[in-house]
Design a binder for this molecule. Structure first.
Ligand code: NAP
Length: 242
């Protein structure tokens, strides 16, 4: 059985990716931070559709908690390994730099960037040994072009782009691909407070994207057909930034 870990899979884009991967035959490890009910709902959706999954709670910023969760999983799945990571967990905490507190900077950068390290590094060895793996991380249009009020978030997501490109070069010969997805505005809890009516007039496609549309892209990048795509950042933004 193929195992895929999706961080932040209790809601939004992560939930949609978990559902899509399960439909493609992956056993999905559904990570979340604290929202037990939402994560259980993701698992229910996966199972009701005939897929398989399991819950794997941890805070991606907590190195010890991540390692403990992996050790526990390995103890229950002898000789198996996680061959797909979707680094999706992310938060935003917007404020113009002039008034940004250090804790807002740290929380946002640690979730996206330290989360990338904490989750990816310990799983890499198994992928290299098996000469097989896929690593997909959620960047953002904000990390490509910068967004006012998001220096923390833009920095974190730009860093994901750099990490993706560097790691892709390190592991390409081992049959592992490393790519990033850079969404524009996607309708989830993260964007619920934004004024969709006002913003969609700026989007050439005239609407926010759906989590399912992002999930379809992740599913493709995870597939065998995408074996020759690596080190790329694929935008999905309705034409907002080309
Ligand atoms: P969301 O609806 O706010 O969901 C965030 C998910 O991340 C939840 O499952 C949450 O778990 C989890 N999470 C947050 N902090 C965590 C931590 N420290 N450890 C583990 N899990 C954690 O977000 P979304 O809109 O689906 O965004 C998903 C990813 O896409 C993020 O990386 C985001 O930056 C990126 N993105 C989103 C958009 C957009 O328009 N929505 C655009 C560009 C990029 P709990 O439920 O337990 O809190």
């Amino acid at each position: 059985m193929k195992h895929a870990l999706v961080t932040g899979a209790s809601r939004g884009i992560g939930r949609a990716i978990a559902q899509r991967l399960a439909a493609s035959g992956w056993n999905v490890l559904i990570n979340y931070q604290s929202n037990v009910d939402a994560a259980a709902e993701t698992l229910r959706l996966v199972c009701d559709a005939g897929g398989s999954g399991e819950l794997m709670p941890f805070d991606v910023t907590d190195t010890c908690a991540v390692n403990a969760a992996f050790e526990n999983w390995r103890g229950q799945h002898h000789k198996e390994y996680i061959s797909l990571i979707v680094n999706n967990a992310g938060i935003r905490d917007d404020q113009v730099m002039l008034f940004m507190e250090k804790k807002s900077w740290d929380r946002v950068v640690q979730t996206s960037l330290d989360g990338f390290y904490n989750v990816t590094q310990p799983l890499l060895k198994d992928m290299m040994r098996h000469r097989n793996g896929r690593i997909i991380s959620l960047a953002s249009i904000s990390g490509l072009k910068g967004m006012p009020g998001q220096t923390n978030y833009s920095a974190a997501k730009a860093a994901i782009v750099g990490a993706t490109k560097a790691l892709a070069l390190e592991v390409a010969q081992r049959g592992i691909t490393v790519n990033a997805i850079a969404p524009g505005f996607i309708a989830t809890d993260m964007t619920a407070s934004l004024d969709q009516e006002e913003l969609k007039s700026q989007i050439p496609a005239g609407r926010f994207g759906t989590p399912d549309e992002v999930a379809a892209l992740a599913d493709f990048l995870a597939s065998d057909q995408a074996a020759y795509i690596t080190g790329q950042v694929v935008s999905i933004n309705g034409g907002l930034y080309t």
